[in-house]
Each structure stands twice: as C-alpha cells, then as structure tokens.
Design a protein. Sequence first.
Length: 234
Amino acid sequence: MCGRYTQTQSVAQIVERFGVQQIGFEFGPRYNLAPSQPVATITQEQAGGRTLDAFRWGLIPSWAKDQSIGHKMINARAETLAEKPSFKSALLRRRCLVPADGFYEWKKEGSGKTARKQPLRIHLKSGEAFAFAGLWDEWHSPDGSPLRSCTIITTAPNALMSEIHNRMPAILRPEDEAAWLDVAANDRDDVPHLLHMLRPYPDEALTAHPVSTSVNSPAFDAEECIAPVESEDQ
C-alpha cells in the first residue's frame, strides 16, 4: 500500500526532470500528501506533449454513481490491473506519472501492549525525484462538472521493503517513463510489456529512515515530516 508520500521538488524541477510542455497546476513543496487531496500528475495526450496537472488522489471511475468510491481506490494492485473493471481500460488508455521524491510506510515494532508502528520515509539514495506509475479517469458530477482523479499502482516489495511492508508503490525506471505515458498504442498485446514495468524497484537504489509520528496526521504538512529521528517516543 502507498497511503502517504512527499513531493518537495519545485515546479521548475519537475518540468525539467519529466520533460513537461504544459503546466496546469502550480504547487509548493508537500511533505505529507494524503488521499483525497489534489496531487501533481503528468499525462500525455495523443495530440500534444506532457501536461502537469492536479488530479484528486483516489480513482473515481467514469461510471461511478458518486465520488465516495475514490476513498477505496487510492492504490491499484499491479497483478490484477488487466482484470479489474475499474482499471483495465485505464491501463490501456489513461496512464499517468505521479511525481514524488519519497513515500511513507509504517513498520510494526515490538509486540503485545508495547507494540507500536514506526513511520519511515523511503526515498532514492540520490535524493532525486522519481515517478510512481499511475492511472487516471474523469468522472462527472450530477451537474456535469468534471473531476479527474488518479490511483497509484503497487507491486510486490523489494528486499528493503519486505522488512517494512508486504507491498510497495510501483516506481518506474526512468527508461520506462516514456512508454508508460505513451497511450497512442492501445493494443492488448502491449499489456504484458506494461505490466513488466511494474516490478519492484532495485532495493540498492533506495534507503529508509525513521521519521516523527507527526506524519500520522494528514493535516500536518511541514518539513519536520521528513527529518530523520533516532527513535520515536515523542
């Protein structure tokens, strides 16, 4: 599962890193992004270049009766994308990049009454931005207003993450980002190739450190969230 993440890069840095041509969303650093919030996403329309915009985190399929379903669809399992009605069409036609530079996971420590969950921040050792593989859709409210939303794909954990959680977000290799965004070819024969991109990221490229339990509250969004701590009893 991926339920919180960070995106502290500037708009200019994201534009340069991901080759964005159009900007529809201005934002500042985010240290504790949470479901239902607007998050930066990158799409590539067939007739144009890459667009940076804001989609609501939590996929609302176009056929949904109301937007509450989005709370249950913040993540999509890579293993079942091609089977689930909510995702199989998006896999071929509505793929996106979700830029990030870290994500949080909670590791259980201790047992019994002394057990607690220690939040950890996982990021590239280089500190650089990366992209989660995402899917998006557009839903229309009863009055016809459009709402675009997205989900972050998860996959099996790598060696580092297996000590923390049984899932991890699907981080795309930089060399796969262009193909993931290119939805011009909608042949079902491409599905195995797309799914192959959603494999665990090399654990040697990632690192993790404990952070303050301040991140437990989605209302708290400050640089303190990413600062390493030695232990968390505060």
